[in-house]
Design a protein around this ligand. Structure first.
Ligand code: C2E
Ligand code: MG
Ligand code: MG
Length: 706
């Protein structure tokens, strides 16, 4: 190895002979060396400070100092300058002490040792040189480590190391910031599990570490935890660092905070499972929760009730006050229901004005009825939406797992059937599902399918029931009644299929067909020279609510050429009172066309009579339920008498429906009812039959005489 060049050597010895001997030995090997003789402290200090010696050779025993003191002084001033002590025998102890103080070598002062000196110097210098190289390398390493540390600390990800026993050895700045640990805090005695929630620790123990040990690295999702318990979801890479023999040295972890992404994901999944308007679970989540409740109920031998709610007449509010108000009302309803639904139950909005509730863990059916009553009760108070005070009711259908069905789909279907039944009962009530409801709804389904084809397949027909004027005893008009003859099922009563036609909306097309056919028939009679009598056509609720009703009727009258005063429309009392203001408006439009209007089934709507004044009505049809016992039940007699008297005072005509006996007839005549309709004179009959009646001018005397 090349030893560095020595330029200046301080030679310290009081004995000039010794100095000469040393110098000679030195110059023999290092001819270019400048040897400076030191014989007092002042020149030593001066040379030390100014000559930057590369080597110091000193005796121990000096008149003005000693070798040890000079060594310490020299090492303090020039730590890298090698010092060799060259001294007499008996100084070994001193030499040991000197070595401890940093002496580089010790050579015994004996004549045969002078020649050794250069070799020892070379070896000291070589050692020094190596030391310097080592220091440089160390410095370079330190620099590079500092740079790496700077890189590691400048990032935003957690970077840390932990031993195979889980003890933490390092966490970078970002990691400390994330975990809210002070940058100066000593984390040496903490464990990786101190910075993770229990479930995160499980992932580390069961997945991450075993995988990293087997394959080098593991990547996945986990979580860190602050000391206050806040969890931070992270995407993590855990690496196992191994010794050459394959055993584990330590683990490193790089973890990135993914809270933002998780929040976004949670938002997305909330959107997919919740209703935007009310924030309630949607149908998908509801079905999930129902399935969980069914599963729990199985284990605990309990019941689950599924309730389906539909707001009564919500459409009217929505249509009249606008969607915004409708939406606010739905939100208010959701809030109210949510308060009473019960802690462990799930309330969902299935769509529109339909809500559903799953109540698990029920011991008995009674628990479900109780909750239902609470729900109905929470609608008693008005809803205050904007400036409106709105009263609302709801209908509820209930089905019970496992009694009614064992599948979520089946239960939802049952609840819907029971809900329909509640609606049919007028709303504001609840119904438990029964198997017979299902049979009925199947029948409904079958009929509604068949009804779709009825019109096209010519299965519908019109029958006509004559109406008799009680003064003249003659036919004064007729009611048009629809008949359906199904090829397999035979005659299906209108009471059965008209409500289905209403629900499915088919009544609109069928109703138009009835009107057109009846008008055409009336014209046909007139052309055949028969008397022009008014025809009364029934109008269903749905038809009456059609926005273009007057247009349709005007069109049909124009098409067929029937005079408007020969057309009478029968509208039931219950239809008229659904929305009185809207009814008045429609009735006025119809009245303006010159059409006559009668209130059908009058007396069954429990309505106040006072509004009658505002309706432009020509005839009141007294419902057959009052007529039936008119001569035996004094109440019915009184009601019918009152209706006739009131109608007269309002300038309206009266016709009694369902007259079957001469007693009923005489009573009505005695009360001056204008006309009658019923089996007493004739059942509804076919086109041919009524044509014959008209041609032969049938009248009451026919009945009396027959
Ligand atoms: P409605 O309009 O009150 O019709 C009178 C019902 O009473 C008819 O029943 C008629 O056959 C029956 N009836 C007449 N006289 C007597 C009697 O003396 N005794 C008894 N017990 N019943 C009598 P129908 O034809 O079965 O119709 C039932 C209901 O179906 C009608 O009640 C009406 O609401 C509806 N409907 C019938 N045809 C039509 C139609 O063309 N359009 C609409 N929208 N509804 C109709
Ligand atoms: Mg009628
Ligand atoms: Mg009627």
């Amino acid at each position: 190895m090349n030893t560095p060049l020595i330029q200046t050597c301080l030679l310290i010895d009081d004995n000039p002979d010794d100095r000469m001997l040393v110098m000679r030995a030195l110059l023999q090997d290092f001819p270019a060396m400048r040897v400076v003789h030191i014989i007092d402290l002042a020149s030593f200090e001066h040379r030390l400070a100014n000559d930057h010696p590369d080597l110091i050779v000193t005796d121990y025993h000096l008149g003005w100092s000693n070798g040890l003191a000079l060594l310490q002084r020299a090492k303090a001033a020039l730590p890298n300058c090698p010092v060799i002590m060259f001294t007499g025998t008996g100084s070994e102890e001193i030499a040991v002490e000197a070595m401890q103080s940093g002496l580089d070598d010790y050579v015994l002062k004996a004549p045969r040792h002078y020649g050794l000196l250069p070799t020892r110097i070379r070896s000291v210098l070589a050692h020094k040189h190596q030391q310097q190289l080592l220091q440089q390398t160390q410095r370079a390493l330190q620099d590079s480590e500092a740079r790496l540390r700077a890189i590691i600390n400048s990032g935003t990800d957690y970077i840390g190391m932990f031993g195979k026993d889980g003890s933490v050895t390092y966490i970078n700045h970002a990691g400390r910031t994330l975990l809210q640990i002070d940058l100066t805090e000593d984390i040496g005695s903490t464990r990786i599990s101190d910075y993770m929630p229990p479930w995160g620790v499980q992932i580390m123990l069961n997945e991450a570490i075993p995988h990293a040990v087997r394959n080098g690295v593991w990547a996945g999702e986990c979580a860190l935890m602050r000391r206050d318990g806040t969890e931070i979801p992270v995407s993590a890479v855990i690496a196992a660092h191994k010794f050459a023999d394959g055993s584990i040295d330590f683990f490193s972890g790089i973890m990135r905070d993914i809270s933002e992404r998780k929040r976004y994901e949670a938002q997305l999944s909330h959107l997919a499972t919740h209703d935007v308007l009310t924030g309630l679970p949607n149908r998908a989540l509801f079905t999930d929760r129902l399935e969980v409740a069914m599963h729990d109920a199985n284990r605990q031998h309990q019941l689950v009730a599924v309730m389906m709610l539909n707001l009564d007449r919500f459409k009217t509010i929505n249509d009249s006050l606008g969607h915004e108000t409708g939406n606010s009302l739905l939100r208010a309803v959701a809030e109210r229901l949510d308060k009473v639904k019960g802690d462990n139950n799930t309330l969902a909005r299935l769509g529109g004005d339909e809500f559903a509730l799953v109540c698990g863990g029920l011991a008995q059916l009674n628990d479900a009825s109780e909750l239902t009553r609470t729900i109905l009760g929470c609608f008693e108070a008005a809803f205050h939406i904007e400036q409106h005070e709105l009263f609302l009711t709801t209908s509820i259908g209930i089905t019970v797992y496992p009694l009614d069905d064992r599948s979520a789909i089946g239960l939802l279907k049952n609840a819907a059937i029971a809900l329909n039944r509640s609606k049919d009962l007028g709303g504001d009530t609840y119904q438990f599902y029964t198997a017979s409801m299902n049979a009925q709804s199947l029948q409904h389904l079958m009929l509604s399918n068949a009804l779709h084809h009825a019109l096209r397949r010519d299965e519908l027909q019109l029958h006509y029931q004559p109406q008799i004027n009680l003064k003249s005893g003659e036919i004064c008009g007729m009611e048009v009644l629809l008949r359906w003859t199904h090829p397999q099922l035979g005659n299906i009563p209108p009471a059965e299929f008209i409500p289905i036609a209403e629900k499915t909306g088919l009544i609109v097309a069928i109703g138009e067909w009835i009107l057109r056919t009846a008008c055409q028939q009336s014209i046909a009679w007139q052309l055949a020279g028969l008397p022009a009598l008014p025809i009364a056509v029934n109008l269903s609720g749905r038809q009456f609510a059609q926005y273009n009703l007057t247009q349709i009727i005007t069109h049909i009258l124009a098409q067929t050429g029937l005079a408007p005063h020969l057309l009478e429309l029968e509208i039931t009392e219950s239809t008229l009172i659904q929305d009185i203001q809207a009814s008045i408006a429609t009735l006025r439009e119809l009245n303006n066309l010159g059409i006559r209007i009668s209130i059908d089934d009058f007396g069954t709507g429990y309505s106040s009579l006072s509004y009658l004044k505002s309706f432009p009505i020509s005839t009141i049809k007294i419902d057959q339920s009052f007529v039936r016992d008119i001569h035996t039940d004094p109440d019915d007699a009184a009601i019918v008498s009152a209706i006739i008297a009131m109608a007269k005072s309002l300038g309206m005509e009266t016709i009694a429906e369902g007259v079957e006996t001469s007693e009923q007839l005489s009573f009505l005549r005695s009360r001056q009812c204008d006309s009658i309709q019923g089996y007493y004179f004739s059942r509804p009959v076919t086109n041919e039959m009524i044509t014959q009646m008209l041609r032969e001018n049938w009248n009451l005397s026919f009945v009396v005489n027959s």
